[in-house]
Structure formats: structure tokens, C-alpha cells
Design a protein around this ligand. Structure first.
Ligand SMILES: Cc1cc2nc3c(=O)[nH]c(=O)nc-3n(C[C@H](O)[C@H](O)[C@H](O)COP(=O)(O)OP(=O)(O)OC[C@H]3O[C@@H](n4cnc5c(N)ncnc54)[C@H](O)[C@@H]3O)c2cc1C
Length: 382
């Protein structure tokens, strides 16, 4: 077992960290306060090839391994979790399925623009009546000659406002009268595609979340991803990949809160001593450090298994479950260590805590992560 990062992975960490500290640190609090993102940042991210982290070079991607991908999301999220969200969704649940299950024509048509950030992508499954119960989607497409006519709506769509290529889950009628599930590649400029108002959110405010409405959209058959009945299976495999990114995001947020807490505890004097010298505080730091290390190992192991083409459903659910959970705990303890100052918006601690909260919810809640882990264990994948 080798726990060392390769030279390339170390270089990725150094360069992405520098980018995040130089470019994102000044804007992260503004994005949060004003609930906005910036086109300039989208362009800056293109310069470091962050839109096609794992896509092949022939499509303009950086063709990095999955650990480098996790490191990139971790480092970006350490400074600006909202930008980390935009990137992880685009790279994992947006770009990856097109690369993995797309036809050559679909790859040629979409991947270059996706890898270079000309088109932002997303994955939209959740509906008002279908959250954790992903099979409950009600969007419906009906065949009409060589096309499908799509109707329905989606909620809570990350990159919904800025995405121009969205993968959406929909039902269709099979010949035997039963319904199946398919994934369609939708483009924002299709007639009948409507973007809802931005949601007012607790955290991740620099990432715009919207609903999407589909009114009789005519979608050519060529826009089906994979084969018709394969939609649900593709979605589940895609989420296995996506969860590594969300876990890396949670890890980055926890790391940021922890670093602030260590620094603050060394400088804050009470009872004529730095508060770090009180065991009540130093033990908190010890717990934070241990949890973060454990989460990092789980995230990198899931990424490693993915690259080795081994099973990683259990591992990705475990890393998402644990990293999200400890991100909530660590950010809360970091506020505690900062005392009243931690509660104020002048410092980023309360932002970290608000941002961390959703990492146990999206791409499958922590309850659903435990279901997946338990199912795997009981099937013999101990
Ligand atoms: C900011 C944000 C961005 C998002 N982005 C996207 C996106 O880009 N694309 C997308 O498709 N979705 C997105 N989502 C949706 C997200 O994936 C869902 O919110 C999530 O899967 C949970 O679904 P729900 O909100 O309907 O909760 P519900 O499924 O209604 O769950 C409510 C509660 O019940 C629990 N629960 C449900 N079923 C079970 C069970 N069987 N056993 C135990 N507990 C259970 C849940 O864990 C949760 O605690 C986003 C959500 C947010 C908040």
C-alpha cells in the first residue's frame, strides 16, 4: 500500500492551491454574500484546465487521474465551496457520463466545449415528488416520429441557470405499455426549455440553483444517452463517481475550517495564555485533524479504486457519508474555537458551516449513503 501522492498529484495540489488562493479567495465572500458567480471565474478556471479534469486530451481535457480530480475539488472548495460545486458537478455527473456512455457523435458534439468551459454541464434528476426515491421521476417523453416530446419539471438543479448541456432523467413508454427510464442530453436553447428563478439558499450561495421546466420540447433521438432502458443504471453509476467529488468538496471545507481554528487558537489569549494551551481546545483540534485525515483517506481510496476499475459504489458512499458528516462537525467546532467571533460574518467560519450542511444532502443523503453501504455489505462486499 502506498500512501504517497505521485509527483504529478503533488503538482496538481500546489498549482490548484495557488490558483484558489490568488484568484478565488478575494471573490469567495462576495459570491456568498451576493449569491452570484462570475463569468470571469469561469474563464480563469479554463486557464487551469479545470473543466475537463479527467477528459482525454483529444477533447481538450487534462486527462488526470481520479485522485488528482479529488485534490482539485478539495483545494478549490477549501477556498470557495460554491466554485467547487460548479466544477465537481460539471466534471463528474455532467461530463463523465457523456464520455463513458455517449456515442462518438455525442462526444464530438459536446465534449470539447465541455472540457474547455465553453459549455457548462449538469445532471438533473430530482423532481418535486422524486428525491431520495430516484425511481419516482415523472418527467415524461413521448415518441413522435424520429423525435421525443418532453414534458415535466426538475428542481434543485446545480448549474441550472448557467448550464447549457444538461443530462436529465425521464420516463418513456415501452412497447409493452410499461414505463422505463432514460437519460436525455438537453440543450438550453431548445424550444420549450425554461429556467426557473434562483433558489434562496442557506449555503453554496455562489452556485445558482434553479428549477427547470420542459414544455413540449422536441428532442431528437440522437440525444438519448446510452440505450433507452439504461437510464437508471447509468444514473446510479454516475452518482458513484459524483459522490467522490462531493466528498472531496466536504473535505476541502473541513480543511479550511480546521486551519483557521489552529491559527486562531494560537493567537487568541485568554487567562494570559493562548487558548490552544487549554486541553479543552487542543483536544478539539486533535479530533478535527483525525477526522479530516480519515475522510481524506476514504476519498482517495474511492478515487484509487475507480481508477483501478474495481468496485467503488460502497467506497464512494462511505467517503461521501463520512466526509460530509465530519465537515459539519469540524466546521461547527471551528466556530466554537473562535468564540463569538466565529459567529460573525466578518470571518468565513459561519460560511464554511453553512456550505458544509448540504454535503450530507445532495447526490444522496447520508441516510441513503448508509442504505447503499449496508446493501453492499449484506450482498457479501464486506
Ligand atoms: C443545493 C442543492 C443542489 C442540488 N443539486 C442537484 C442537482 O444538480 N441535480 C439533482 O438531480 N438534484 C440536486 N439536488 C437534490 C438532492 O440530490 C436532493 O435534495 C436529495 O437527493 C434528497 O432528496 P429530497 O430533498 O427530495 O429529500 P427526501 O428524499 O424527501 O428526504 C427527506 C429526508 O428523508 C430521508 N429519507 C428518504 N428516504 C429514506 C429512506 N429510505 N431511509 C431513510 N431515510 C430516508 C432523507 O435522508 C432525508 O433526511 C440538490 C439539492 C440541493 C439542496
Amino acid at each position: 500500500m502506498n500512501f504517497e501522492l505521485t509527483q504529478r498529484q503533488q503538482l496538481v495540489r500546489r498549482s490548484v492551491r495557488k490558483f484558489a488562493e490568488d484568484v478565488l479567495a478575494p471573490v469567495a465572500p462576495i459570491f456568498d454574500k451576493e449569491a452570484k458567480y462570475s463569468e470571469d471565474i469561469v474563464k480563469e478556471l479554463s486557464k487551469i484546465n479545470a473543466w475537463g479534469i479527467q477528459l482525454p486530451e483529444k477533447y481538450g481535457g487534462a486527462e488526470l487521474d481520479s485522485i488528482s480530480y479529488a485534490i482539485t475539488i478539495e483545494e478549490i472548495s477549501r477556498i470557495c465551496a460554491s466554485t467547487g460545486l460548479m466544477l465537481t458537478v460539471h466534471n463528474s455527473v455532467g461530463a463523465f457520463p457523456i464520455y463513458k456512455w455517449g456515442t462518438e457523435e455525442q462526444k464530438e458534439k459536446y465534449l470539447y466545449d465541455i472540457a474547455t468551459g465553453k459549455k457548462i454541464s449538469g445532471f438533473s434528476w430530482t423532481e418535486p415528488n422524486a428525491g431520495s426515491d430516484a425511481q419516482g421521476i415523472e418527467c415524461i417523453m413521448i415518441q413522435d416520429g424520429e423525435d421525443f416530446i418532453l414534458n415535466g419539471s426538475k428542481i434543485f438543479v446545480t448549474n441550472g441557470a448557467i448550464g447549457s448541456v444538461l443530462l436529465i432523467g425521464t420516463r418513456y413508454k415501452k412497447e409493452n405499455g410499461q414505463s422505463g427510464i432514460a437519460i436525455l442530453i438537453l440543450e438550453k436553447d431548445m424550444d420549450g426549455y425554461e429556467i426557473g428563478q434562483p433558489e434562496e439558499k442557506m449555503g453554496m450561495r455562489g452556485n445558482i440553483t434553479t428549477s427547470l421546466y420542459f414544455h413540449n420540447i422536441r428532442v431528437p433521438k440522437e440525444n438519448v444517452l446510452g440505450s433507452l432502458g439504461e437510464g437508471f443504471r447509468i444514473a446510479m453509476l454516475t452518482l458513484d463517481v459524483g459522490r467522490i467529488g462531493i466528498a472531496a468538496q466536504a473535505l476541502g471545507i473541513a480543511q479550511a475550517a480546521y486551519e483557521h481554528a489552529v491559527e486562531y487558537s494560537k493567537g487568541r489569549i485568554q487567562f494570559k495564555r493562548p487558548i490552544s494551551q487549554f486541553q479543552g481546545i487542543s483536544f478539539k483540534l486533535a479530533e478535527m485533524a483525525t477526522k479530516i485525515d480519515a475522510a481524506r483517506l476514504l476519498v482517495y481510496r474511492a478515487a484509487y479504486n475507480k481508477d483501478k476499475k474495481e468496485r467503488f459504489s460502497k467506497e464512494s458512499a462511505m467517503c461521501k457519508y463520512y466526509a460530509g458528516k465530519i465537515a459539519r462537525e469540524v466546521t461547527q467546532e471551528a466556530i466554537q474555537i473562535h468564540g463569538g467571533y466565529g459567529y460573525m460574518k466578518d470571518l468565513p467560519l459561519e460560511r464554511f458551516h453553512r456550505d458544509a450542511a448540504v454535503t450530507t444532502i445532495y447526490e444522496g443523503t447520508n441516510e441513503i449513503m448508509k442504505l447503499i453501504i449496508a446493501q453492499q455489505i449484506l450482498r457479501g462486499n464486506l
